[in-house]
Design a protein around this ligand. Structure first.
Ligand SMILES: [Zn+2]
Length: 443
């Protein structure tokens, strides 16, 4: 509609604003959303966008480039099936639309669960529908962590722990138990590594923690995701899956469109699952540091096989081609994460010669491999490291690569500084800040 004189206000432009507001080419768009949300879930995207229909309530949007749109539509073709599985597990989908927006490579996150339209990094488009896992995570937020949100960031695990749990249940329903366990195993490894990272700052190994005076971006970690997941999985093991499914449905129905804290959750748990506090040390889980002794490393044939192959590498045996023939990105990711942090440079070269990991289209694999190459001082791949740092701005990849470089020799540090000075303008301000804080700590 046309603008109306006097309706626009600005403290910055008193007087001049009304003529700007009412200028000739101005159009006012009004948007009303009926579901209440906290402000962190509100986002704008501006650009020349195109879209493809991928389901009855889903379009995938990106910059209007046909090749990107086609690849995205193919990658996310299974979205409607995931929404249906989610509804079966957690109740009706309450947001009407579930659209996806694929952003440019500088987007600093894997995804952001903005309700009705999820924002995604283009690195989830891998060409083999495995990017669906990030979509499963963002979709799971539609119930856990968008319907019920944390009261503040000190209770962030209520968003992410629940969502990680819900994501794995959706993945299990759609892609099978083996896939879900692989996902859990990668998370388990990640959680253990965070304990190492925070060994001098144990506060941030707690689920509920004190963030007074702390920049949340500086302490962002897998702890709320994976320890939160482990806590819920522990409760599931205690009371059995059918009872836990009932509990989650009731929890969501009770608190939907509200923001709550850890205390409220525990009170609800104790009221609805009487006696849990006698079986599970709820205080240790929510307020204690580290990983509780009753957390659980997952077991499955595939998971155990990959971890044992990684252990054999330490004895000098590389997996045979027939052993990895049907491996996808996640299998490689788990394998690489379970190798020693530092290996012989010659072993790095041999691994790449056989499996071309440095050229993987899957950034999870490529970055895990490049991190290993840097830690092992194998300089043959530094060209690829630089290229990667300049083409994506997702913090999940920037963090390990820059961290590995600044912990290396003098020339690695110089490389890190040069690449950052050349790439920084292409990074999102949040990502830029994170790299700067890595430099401040190590340089
Ligand atoms: Zn999330």
């Amino acid at each position: 509609r046309s603008p109306v004189s006097g309706e626009g206000h600005s403290h910055l432009l008193p007087g001049g604003f009304n003529s700007l507001w009412c200028s000739e080419t101005r159009v006012v768009e009004e948007f009303q959303m009926n579901q209440p949300i906290p402000p962190y879930l509100f986002a704008f995207a501006v650009g020349e966008l195109g879209f493809r229909e991928v389901g009855p309530r889903t379009r995938v949007y990106s910059e209007a480039v046909n090749s990107v749109l086609d690849a995205a539509a193919k990658e996310f073709a299974g979205t409607e099936e995931m929404i249906r599985q989610g509804e079966k597990l957690f109740g009706d989908y309450d947001w009407e639309r579930f659209d996806l927006l694929v952003l440019p490579p500088s987007f600093p996150y894997g995804g952001m669960e903005n309700p009705r339209m999820v924002f995604l990094t283009p690195t989830v488009i891998k060409g083999d529908a495995s990017g669906a896992q990030v979509v499963a995570h963002e979709l799971a937020h539609s119930w856990t962590g968008n319907l019920i949100t944390n009261m503040n960031n000190e209770h962030f695990w209520l968003n992410e722990g629940f969502t990680t749990y819900a994501e794995r249940r959706i993945v299990e329903a759609v892609q099978g138990e083996d896939r879900a366990i692989l996902n859990t195993g990668i998370g388990w490894k990640g959680l253990n590594e965070e304990m190492e990272r925070f060994k001098d700052n144990l506060e941030f190994t707690k689920l509920k923690n004190n963030q007074e005076g702390v920049d949340p971006d500086a302490v962002y970690s897998e702890v709320p995701y994976e320890k939160g997941f482990q806590f819920l999985w522990r409760i599931e093991r205690q009371i059995g899956r059918p009872a836990f499914d009932e509990f989650i449905k009731k929890y969501i129905a009770t608190f939907k469109f509200k923001s709550i804290d850890t205390h409220t959750f525990l009170k609800f748990l104790k009221a609805n699952v009487p006696g849990t506090e006698k079986e599970i040390d709820l205080v240790l889980w929510t307020e204690g540091t580290g990983i509780p002794p009753d957390a659980y490393e997952p077991v499955s044939n595939l998971y155990t096989k990959i971890v044992s192959l990684a252990n054999e590498f330490k004895l000098g045996r590389m997996p045979r081609e027939d052993e990895v023939a049907d491996w996808r990105g996640q299998e490689w990711e788990l394998y690489l994460e379970n190798l020693p942090k530092i290996i012989e440079a010659s072993q790095v070269l041999a691994l790449d010669e056989r499996y071309r990991l440095s050229e993987s289209k899957d950034y999870e694999v490529k970055v895990a491999f490049l991190q290993l190459a840097i830690m092992s001082q194998c300089r043959n791949f530094y060209g690829e490291v630089e290229k990667t740092l300049k083409e994506v701005g997702r913090m999940k990849y920037l963090r390990p690569l820059y961290r590995a470089l600044v912990q290396g020799k003098e020339e690695d540090k110089i490389l890190a500084k040069r690449v950052f000075s050349e790439a920084r303008e292409c990074y999102h301000p949040i990502a830029r800040g994170v790299v700067e804080s890595i430099f401040a700590k190590h340089l």
